[in-house]
Design a binder for this molecule. Structure first.
Ligand code: FES
Length: 72
């Protein structure tokens, strides 16, 4: 499958507790390249996911997909 783009996923402890690793797995399965990030000091807004040069706070797969569509 061709890579559709790159998404940065925080793998820090707080974001991991809030499902970032599961989101990363889902994104990879959907053809995105995932960059594993250390804690981004956005823990109160976990999970923190980067699309382009901006972070989505309290990210959900739905919101990530919206931002990915906007960035096309
Ligand atoms: S653990 Fe993700 S921002 Fe700190």
């Amino acid at each position: 499958m061709a890579c559709k783009g790159t998404v940065g996923v925080c793998y820090g402890p707080r974001c991991s507790d809030f499902g970032s690793r599961e989101m990363a797995k889902e994104l990879r399965q959907n053809g995105y390249e995932v960059e594993d990030l250390d804690c981004q000091s956005l823990c109160p807004h976990a999970p923190a996911i980067r699309v382009g040069d901006r972070f989505i706070h309290r990210a959900t797969l739905e919101r990530i997909n919206e931002k990915l569509q906007e960035s096309l």
